[in-house]
Write a protein that binds this ligand. Sequence first.
Ligand code: FE
Ligand code: FE
Ligand code: ZN
Length: 278
Amino acid sequence: MSFYIGCHLSSAKGYEAMGQTTVELGASTFAFFTRNPRGGRAKAIDLADAARLRSLMQAHAFGPIVAHAPYTMNACAAKEHLREFAQEMMADDLVRMEQMPHQLYNFHPGSHVGQGAERGIELIAAQLNHVLRPEQTTTVLLETMAGKGTEIGRSFEELRAIIDRVELQDHLGVCLDTCHVWDAGYDIVSDLDGVLMEFDRIIGLDRLRAIHLNDSLNPCGAHKDRHARIGEGEIGLEALVRVIRHPACRHLPFILETPNDAAGYAKEIALIKSYAIL
Ligand code: FE
Ligand code: FE
Ligand code: ZN
């Protein structure tokens, strides 16, 4: 069985450079922002660079890579021009993603900013119905959120409600962020099996396509979203090892979004790999 671990990388030097960094880190997948995390224009697609990444990924047997939409993209903003901006960004990102076919594109569902969860869910589904294409090969992932402020995606039920309203459901999956579900109140430390059974009951484990592997600075249910290094937070190394070894998760790409420099990531990747069932 293959085990896929990697971390969030800067895309400043292009696609191939991220692939090379991944290999140097001893990793086999990575994440990156599709554009400036604050949103806005993305660089023109460098087709040759994308092709070089594709062959590098093949040569090194990478798992699926997990692109990340900008944090500021709010599909359920109250102002219409912000929603249009979000829609344009996602549509453009999905065109770009097809340069690396069959990979994953993760986004934060959005914040309803006082309009209510019901309305937020409607708007997020509307954006997905607007941008998803039958012919696309990219799977779009809804990220489980910590529930800070008015974030949608704080419960499995909210993610299910979005999926239910989307026409092209085959192109949808979920990325489970260990810090976020913990902060949202799912006790993955004392009852990982129970949490994953609930995920299966409400969303279906077939939708689970990626894991953001983070420790949390805060206790379960804090709704804070402050990531900690692996083993340095309230979740702890043992519980995170149970996640990477769990039959429902162990085949998925694991992305570290921990506060680390390159050396710190290399150490964390080696640590996680030493506990993986290979
Ligand atoms: Fe995220
Ligand atoms: Fe995350
Ligand atoms: Zn987070």
